[in-house]
Design a protein around this ligand. Structure first.
Ligand code: TMP
Length: 212
């Protein structure tokens, strides 16, 4: 008998939001719930998600906030995403798995395209040339920027390069993600992250389950 993953089509779900929005917790909860329901799930993240892209991640998230220009960041994030797509995401979707990625191309649209830099046309062109794949569903965890920043920095992960741009940057990111949901209404769902984890988990499940 074939496993459920062989008889269902692959689904690509992404989570987006500002730093410290709680999306990584929600990614893990959704993974557990989908696995319990019998789906084969691949949980992954960006930047990263393949050995080569994890190498590039370290270049991007550690160190002095000013060490890369937005243009150089765009090239590095796109290189990492291309490797992630080739080595991790596409093979899993081909096998019929559910791929859940903590961030994907929407982060580039907002961070490099509209906040770090004003590079959206360049972001779109590189995406078309090198990536060319959109998620089936994007969950945007919306969160108060001050609370999220405090939470993000409290982690002390050493990956604070983007948090170090400060509160106005996080507020601009939040506005960017809310606008993005209007740009791609067919695949984006905004979920209020200013609630207990369990409440957010239920809201995520209500968004995901009808689409499977
Ligand atoms: P993370 O903290 O969610 O793992 O993401 C690392 C940082 O990289 C985060 O501050 C967002 C930023 N980022 C971009 O600026 N552009 C991108 O394309 C991605 C995927 C992440």
């Amino acid at each position: 008998m074939s496993s459920p993953s062989n008889t269902q089509r692959g689904q690509f779900i992404t989570f987006e939001g500002i730093d410290g929005s709680g999306k990584s917790t929600q990614v893990r909860s959704l993974e557990a719930r989908l696995s319990a329901s019998g789906r084969t799930v691949l949980r992954t993240r960006e930047p990263g998600g393949s050995p080569g892209a994890e190498d590039i991640r370290r270049l991007l998230v550690e160190g002095d906030p000013e060490k890369w220009s937005p243009e150089t960041e765009l090239l590095l994030f796109t290189a990492a995403r291309r490797d992630h797509l080739e080595k991790t995401i596409e093979p899993a979707l081909t096998k019929g798995e559910v791929v859940i990625s903590d961030r994907f191309a929407d982060s580039t649209r907002i961070y490099q395209g509209a906040t770090r830099g004003d590079l959206r046309p360049m972001v779109d062109e590189l995406h078309r040339l090198m990536i060319g794949r959109e998620p089936d569903l994007t969950i945007i965890i919306d969160m108060d920027p001050q609370a999220a920043l405090t939470r993000g920095l409290a982690r002390g992960s050493g990956e604070d390069r983007f948090e170090d741009f400060g509160l106005p940057f996080q507020k601009a990111l939040r506005d960017g993600f809310l606008k993005l949901a209007q740009e791609f209404p067919e695949r984006c769902v905004i979920i209020d992250g200013n609630h207990p984890v369990e409440t957010v988990e239920e809201a995520v499940w209500r968004a995901v389950s009808p689409r499977l």
